[in-house]
Design a protein around this ligand. Structure first.
Ligand SMILES: CC(C)(COP(=O)(O)OP(=O)(O)OC[C@H]1O[C@@H](n2cnc3c(N)ncnc32)[C@H](O)[C@@H]1OP(=O)(O)O)[C@@H](O)C(=O)NCCC(=O)NCCS
Length: 332
């Protein structure tokens, strides 16, 4: 495992607790079967060199977890950041300053002020967290995008992989070294018909487990967030053939079937992250090249993961159904 350590200037600003958690990574390497519990600590110091005053105060519910996780044979480090996206107007102006031109242009396309503000805070915090890891300034971070929109560091800088997810005013950012990483968060909420949703996105095995679950909504959210974290780690998102992937729905997070021919689930780790208002899942696995995605298991020889015409329809249907009770961001 390799870490990019901060510059001396950053090191002096790095929270003591963050340094301490790095030292304990090896000792915690067996945490792969246990839930990851973010340590409650302030990251005001990490945000302080935005030079906009004490922005850390506007980031409520700060959490950070650092762990060493076994993914296949090698270990990777995992850093998790929980972010409150709802900030004051003054703070929002400061966050806005950290964004690139294309991020600002995207922000302008949001219909809703609330969603625009949340997008800005999420992206600015992501830049800050990446800058802290890479030892550079947030403005110098260059992002590129995968075929299905997954943001990544241009040129694979520092072998750092990351992913971001949001639900309402809460976001989670996950960072990993030399491993694909995906994260998903869904706020706890009532869902009226989990069975019809499950027919769209769950495998037969998962649907059988859902029928037996004492709390079907929690079981559904466990399965959904784990599956979405996995397909986000792959970078394919909801265009993946979701019903060919199987995850656990109970408390212990696990991937049982990758949906990929000749790809063993044993190379992947799924983790549940305790959160006061939401279900949060993280997926870590080997980085896959594009050729691998042609290996999606297909009964009819089609490749839905690579056919946007089919999958946009499928994806919109799932998103609309999933977001029925939630306001989701829509920039277009
Ligand atoms: C990725 C995806 C699953 C996210 O769904 P969601 O539940 O609405 O959003 P989440 O909060 O979980 O994640 C959104 C974040 O994931 C990241 N992301 C975007 N696309 C991603 C992808 N393909 N893989 C992994 N992460 C992705 C972004 O950081 C995004 O947040 P940001 O734009 O504010 O930076 C969904 O948008 C998707 O399936 N995208 C693929 C779309 C596609 O290929 N469409 C083809 C035309 S219809």
């Amino acid at each position: 495992m390799q870490r990019a350590w901060p510059t001396p200037r950053q090191r002096s600003r790095r929270p003591a607790a963050m340094i301490a958690s790095n030292a304990t990574e090896t000792a915690m390497s067996n945490s792969i079967t246990k839930p990851v519990t973010p340590d409650q600590r302030s990251y005001a110091a990490v945000l302080s060199d935005l030079d906009c005053g004490s922005l850390g105060e506007h980031i409520r519910r700060p959490s950070l977890a650092t762990r060493s996780i076994r993914v296949g044979a090698p270990f990777t480090s995992l850093d998790l950041w929980c972010v409150d996206l709802d900030v004051t107007a003054d703070a929002l102006n400061c966050f806005r300053q950290g964004l690139s031109r294309d991020e600002l242009a995207r922000a302008e396309r949001f219909h809703s002020d609330l969603h625009r503000a949340r997008y800005i805070v999420g992206r600015a915090t992501l830049r800050r967290v990446l800058a802290d890891r890479l030892g550079c300034s947030p403005a110098t971070i260059r992002l590129s995008y995968g075929r299905n929109g997954k943001p990544m560091l241009e040129g694979g800088r520092g072998h750092v992989e990351f992913n971001l997810a949001h639900s309402g005013g809460d976001a989670v950012i996950a960072l990993a070294d030399r491993a694909a990483v995906g994260v998903d968060i869904e706020l706890h909420r009532p869902i009226s018909d989990v069975e019809s949703l499950a027919r769209l996105v769950f495998s037969d095995v998962e649907r059988r487990e859902l029928k037996l679950a004492p709390d079907p909504v929690s079981a559904f959210l466990n399965g959904w967030t784990r599956k979405e974290a996995y397909v986000k780690a792959l970078g394919i998102g909801l265009t993946a053939p979701l019903r060919e992937i199987t995850v656990s729905l109970s408390d212990g997070a696990a991937l049982f079937s990758t949906g990929l021919r000749d790809r063993s689930a044993s190379y992947w780790r799924l983790l549940s992250v305790p959160h006061p208002r939401a279900v949060v899942a993280v997926a870590l696995g080997p980085r896959l090249d594009r050729a691998t995605t042609t290996g999606w298991l297909q009964s009819k020889g089609e490749l839905p993961g690579l056919n946007p015409a089919v999958n946009c329809h499928q994806m919109r249907h799932i998103s609309t159904t999933m977001n029925g009770g939630l306001q989701r961001r829509n920039p277009e």
